[in-house]
Design a protein around this ligand. Structure first.
Ligand code: SF4
Length: 374
């Protein structure tokens, strides 16, 4: 394992890890990805931009993050500005990136940095980890990139490079501690931000998942998987269980003034604190029957089913959501249905999660709202 690198390093009288770090840094210096959150070479990185991009990039691609990052910086160019923003405005700007707890933590973290910390992010991994929404990976990435700390930064790209370099055949996720340990043997105590970003770039542009471009890789002569001809098979992954499907029914309740009932979901749990149409529980099994739909409805009414369903995929399950509609003759606020009423024409201004945008789109584009009322 890694024998070729070790041999080469001994020949050069260098530690194998140092050889890899030097090669990767030299490759990075010759040209790297231009990303809007990166500081130009030779300039200090802005911790706010680094932190914002790292939070956005969790579970999301660079291409998806670019427009969001631009929009956030345009609206809130500093951590103080973000801290002063209304949470709903932040959630609205985040809509479509998913994992809304991240947006809520982003706002909470900005408030803590702008308030308790006087606008300065902590410059150590330990200090960063005390802030809302900052886990081990993000703390390491911000510490290395924004503050030049020698932190071990291991995202999916780095995981892949390390697994191949050392020919780690153990499957993910069990292999993670080992991969992190091996990544630590490569991490230098100089140019730490560049090294972290160089490894990410190498994984994203050369050591790609399906067809690694080994011939263009600065590590080809020290890479165990390339030498063995099985780079494309690594990292291995444990077979994932099939995502289950849950089903539920959402209620479109329109009043005589053209307003629709929305409710805020509980703070804890899926889509915590987000606004949406009232709905039944989302559970495995068939769609709820008429009695269950009537039993969980926000008011007693004649509920009309809309044809078709809305499908949405969350991390751990697929959702199939049916819609039922009712129209009241008077003002909705008098019904005691809980939640709040928003004119149909202003629904687009709400910070709605993607699944609720789909559901509302389904109603508006579909069969239209019913004329019946109770
Ligand atoms: Fe990845 Fe190939 Fe480079 Fe090895 S030689 S690190 S497999 S691109």
């Amino acid at each position: 394992m890694f024998f070729r690198g070790a041999v080469a390093a001994v020949a050069m009288n260098r530690e194998p890890g140092a050889v890899v770090a030097d090669r990767v840094l030299a490759w990075y210096a010759r040209g790297h990805r231009s990303l809007p959150w990166r500081a130009p070479r030779g300039q200090a990185a802005d911790p706010y931009r680094v932190w914002l991009s790292e939070i956005m990039l969790q579970q999301t691609t660079v291409a998806a993050v670019r427009p969001y990052f631009k929009r956030f910086l345009g609206a809130w160019p500093t951590v103080e500005a973000l801290a002063a923003a209304d949470l709903d405005a932040v959630l609205r700007a985040w809509a479509g990136l998913g994992y809304y707890a991240r947006a809520r933590n982003l706002h909470a973290c900005a408030r803590e940095v702008a308030g308790r910390l006087g606008g300065r992010f902590p410059d150590t991994e330990a200090g960063l980890r005390e802030l809302p929404g900052i886990g081990a990976y993000t703390a390491a990435a911000v510490a290395a990139i924004a503050f030049g700390r020698s932190a071990v930064v291991v995202d999916g790209n780095v995981e892949r490079v390390v697994a191949r370099l050392f020919a780690v055949t153990e499957a993910l996720p069990a292999a993670r501690p080992r991969l992190r340990e091996l990544a630590g043997t490569l991490t230098p105590d100089h140019d730490c931000g560049d090294f972290a970003q160089a490894m990410m770039d190498l994984g994203a542009t050369v050591c790609t998942p399906r067809n690694p471009g080994c011939l263009a890789c600065p590590l080809i002569d020290v890479c165990a998987a390339a030498a063995g001809g099985f780079a494309g098979t690594l990292p291995r992954r444990a077979v994932k269980a099939e995502r289950p499907t849950r089903r539920g029914v959402a209620y479109w309740l329109e009043d005589g003034e053209g307003a629709v009932l929305l409710r805020r979901r509980p703070e804890k749990g899926l889509l915590g604190g987000m606004v949406g149409l009232p709905s039944t529980e989302w559970e495995a099994g068939p769609l709820p029957d008429r009695a269950a739909i009537a039993g969980q409805a926000p008011v007693r009414a004649v509920w009309w089913p809309l044809p078709g369903t809305v499908r949405h995929t969350f991390t751990h399950f697929h959702l199939e959501l049916a819609l039922v509609c009712a129209r009241l003759s008077g003002s909705g606020s008098a019904t005691g249905a809980g939640g709040f009423w928003v004119p149909v024409t202003r629904l687009g201004e709400q910070a709605l999660p993607s699944v609720m945008r789909k559901a509302i789109g389904h109603v508006l584009a579909g069969a239209g709202t019913p004329t019946a009322h109770s």
